[in-house]
Structures are given as C-alpha cells and as structure tokens.
Design a protein around this ligand. Structure first.
Ligand code: R5P
Length: 301
C-alpha cells in the first residue's frame, strides 16, 4: 500500500462522540464523518456510514460501557472496508476488558486476550491510552501482529499535578499503578516523591489497601494516581489511609474516569479534595485532553 493510502484521510466517529471526533480530526488535519445509529424495537442496531471512505480511515470509539459498542465495531469495521477503507485504524482511548488478564478460577474466560484478539482481526492498528497491562508486558502479547499501540497519559498527568500541587507525594493505590506513578513523578521537576500501596480485592466493592512500610505521609500533599477508577473503592481506601497517616490533603488523578454510581460522592466523603481525569472517558472530572497523544500515535501507525 502506497504512502497516500497509509496517511489518515478522515476520522469516523459515532454520533455520541462527535466532539472528541472533531478534535481528533482537527489535530490530524482531516475531515470528520459520523456514523448514525438507530436502535430497532428489538434492540438490534442499524448503522449508517458515509457512502465513501478514504483508503485510510480512523475510527474513533472509546470502550466504556463496552458491550454494545463492541457489537457496533463488529458491524462498522467490515462496513467501512466495503466503503473504501482499505486501511482501518481504531482509536480507542479507553480499551475495555483489559483487567481480566488471567483465569482466576478454572473455566473463566481470559477476556483481555479474546477482546484484544477480536479487535486485532477487525483493525489494522488499535491505538489506545494506558491499557491496563498488569501481568503482561505489552499489548503485543494479546494483540497479534503488533497491531496494538499504547500511549500513556501518565506524563501529562504528572505535569498537570506539578502545576497545581507544591511538592506532591504521588501515591499509587496498588502495585499495578507503579508504572504510571513512576512516569507521572518523572514529569514533575524535580522528580516528585512517589510510592505505591499494596491492594487485595475481595469483591467488586471490597478492597483492602496497605500503605508501603515506612512511607511518611504526615504533612504531605498526597495525589493518588491510577490508570482507572471504577467504583472508586481503590482510591477511597488509599485516601483514607493517607489521611489517617497525617496527609495534609489528598487529590486524585486518573486516566480513565469510569466513576460508576456513587463513586464521586463516596470519594469526596473519604476526603479526596480534587479529582482530575483525562478525556478518554467523558466525565465531569475531565481536565486533560489525550487528543494530541492519539493524533501523534495515529500519524505513526
Ligand atoms: C486495577 O488494579 C485498576 O488499576 C484500578 O485500581 C481498579 O480497577 C479500580 O477499581 P475500583 O475503582 O472499582 O476500585
């Protein structure tokens, strides 16, 4: 395929992601086209794409509340190819199902592998932000053919925090968060103090967190850093411990603001003051845009 065919020629977004679609299209210097959706009374979907697509098309779909969106992608990807997109890139700021990376009980499906594999079969490349990679080192292990491209918002978050919190102590609420906490700390100048807790999850809303031994929180402005918050229980547990240990304040910054149900209210009552997130998942806490990161990765894809 020649170079003209490999440079993105348009961004295709679903009608509910028009504003991020427009920002991404502008960053790439290409037009935005929309996919209109209709839901039939029986729940089936009808999608309407533009009648013609350029040889290289970027499809934007963030995968929070993922199940229906995955069906949309299963229909939209082959349809886009039929309409001219010989090279089809998925920009998925939040990639769902990445936490189910092991069979915790015999027979349990390792959803990470299967969802990643499915997307790799539909798209030539999948660009995402801070996928939850815990027991695997890179997306390549679950997305065959080097199709997965992960960029990180951790440095963006670190720089944001550095501008707002003087001498912060960056604290990850669990071991997995170490990768993002380290990067965020490096983006502060001088490098911010940082550490991470140890977590045990007993259920969807039941987590137990311990501070790293010897960590001094007294009088410190603690900022919790994680890739995602869902029920918010992980951040809540870490916030309570930091405050009990004498932290002068606790703020939180995450890449993916799922914040299900009462998460924000509960976080506030646990003493978390400010909550910041990127726009990977639309939420009132969104403060940072990942569009420049996505655009840069898509140009290189
Ligand atoms: C998993 O380890 C993730 O990094 C998050 O810490 C976790 O998924 C957050 O979940 P919740 O907000 O429901 O505690």
């Amino acid at each position: 395929m020649g170079p003209a065919a490999t440079a993105p020629g348009c961004v295709l977004a679903f009608d509910d992601e028009q504003s991020m679609g427009a920002a991404l299209a502008e960053a790439l210097g290409v037009p935005l086209s929309l996919i209109a959706r209709h839901r039939f009374p029986d729940g089936e979907l009808r999608l309407r794409l533009p009648a013609e697509l350029p040889p290289c098309t970027v499809l934007l779909r963030s995968l929070h509340q993922p199940n229906e969106k995955l069906v949309e992608l299963l229909i939209a990807a082959p349809a886009a190819r039929e309409l001219g997109a010989r090279r089809l890139l998925l920009a998925s700021p939040y990639l769902a199902y990445m936490r189910q990376d092991i069979a915790f009980t015999p027979g349990e499906a390792v959803s990470q592998r299967h969802i990643a594999g499915l997307l790799a079969r539909c798209f030539d490349a999948v660009v995402t932000v801070d996928p939850h990679l815990h027991r695997i080192a890179s997306l390549d292990e679950v997305m065959p053919g080097s199709r997965g491209i992960a960029v990180s918002a951790a440095r963006l978050i670190g720089a944001w925090v550095a501008q707002r919190v003087s001498q912060p102590l960056l604290l990850g609420p669990d071991e997995e968060s170490a990768q993002w906490v380290r990067e965020a700390a490096r983006a502060c100048s001088p490098e911010a103090d940082h550490a991470w807790c140890v977590k045990q999850r007993h259920g969807d809303h039941d987590v137990q967190v311990s501070l790293p031994p010897g960590l001094r929180c007294a009088g410190r402005a603690v900022v919790l850093i994680d890739d995602l918050a869902s029920t918010g229980r992980t951040l809540m547990a870490a916030a309570r411990l930091a405050l009990e240990a004498g932290a002068s304040s606790v703020d939180a910054a995450v890449t993916h603001a799922l914040f299900i149900g009462d998460a924000i209210t509960e976080l506030k009552s646990a003493g978390v003051h400010r909550i910041w997130s990127t726009d990977c998942v639309p939420h009132a806490s969104n403060a940072l845009s990942v569009v420049p990161l996505l655009a840069e990765a898509l140009r290189r894809a």
